[in-house]
Design a protein around this ligand. Structure first.
Ligand code: MG
Ligand code: ZN
Length: 215
């Protein structure tokens, strides 16, 4: 019975995700569902990407959090249009939440929309939002075993970012081990090892994304 109910919820979610997809496409907005565990650096990646693409693409951001507007304030300080969604306890964003958020954005002024999902490596992957791509951000201090432990999230990624590369020696991060686990569930997503703190590697990621937006 419970399984049946969950299927119905996901079906309803998918229908609204398709409406979001159509709305974003009509407005010529390229959208990214950014997923990661708490503290991996999703907001930092958005801000680093905005710096790298300044003057070339107009960014917008939807911030999903259980509570608070801390991240939205950081993004607004950087001069980007931003809408905060507080899920009030839900550990993921769903398509209806994004649909409401889109009403508060002037999409004629946005080329690239980041949707920062709630920090969680499990259920965000199960709820389509209607975005063009999904990107998973892992980070060095979390360890190199994440693709083995959370395969669902990595399976669906169009790209994987490994953030905080500046501390990889301190944490004995085994990049090859991470990549082997990733390739078991996802054979072709490009991987960008970078540091939002030092900006090392950010340009490669930003150029890849730019090419996706422009083609
Ligand atoms: Mg954040
Ligand atoms: Zn959840």
């Amino acid at each position: 019975m419970e399984i049946h109910i969950i299927k119905e919820i996901l079906k309803a979610n998918d229908q609204i995700a398709e409406a979001n997809r159509a709305q974003l496409a009509a407005a010529e907005v390229f959208s990214v569902n950014l997923m990661a565990s708490p503290g991996a650096g999703k907001t930092s990646l958005i801000l680093a990407t905005a710096r790298a693409l300044k003057g070339r693409l107009r960014l917008g951001v939807v911030e999903g959090d259980l509570a608070s507007s801390i991240d939205a304030e950081r993004v607004a300080e950087a001069g980007l249009p931003v809408v905060q969604i507080n899920t009030g306890g839900s550990c993921h964003l769903d398509a209806p939440m994004l649909s409401s958020a889109l009403r508060h954005l002037d999409m004629s002024r946005i080329d690239l929309l980041f949707i920062e999902n709630v920090g969680n490596l499990v259920c965000p992957a199960n709820f389509a939002l209607g975005t063009d791509i999904a990107v998973v951000v892992a980070s060095v201090p979390e360890g190199h075993d994440k693709p083995y432990k959370y395969p669902g999230m990595f399976t669906k990624a169009s790209a994987v970012v490994i953030n905080k590369s500046d501390v990889s020696q301190i944490f004995d991060f085994d990049t090859d081990y991470f990549l082997r686990g990733l390739r078991m569930v996802n054979t072709d997503a490009p991987v960008f090892m970078l540091s939002c703190k030092t900006s090392t590697g950010v340009d490669e990621w930003a150029e890849w994304l730019y090419a996706r937006v422009r083609t």
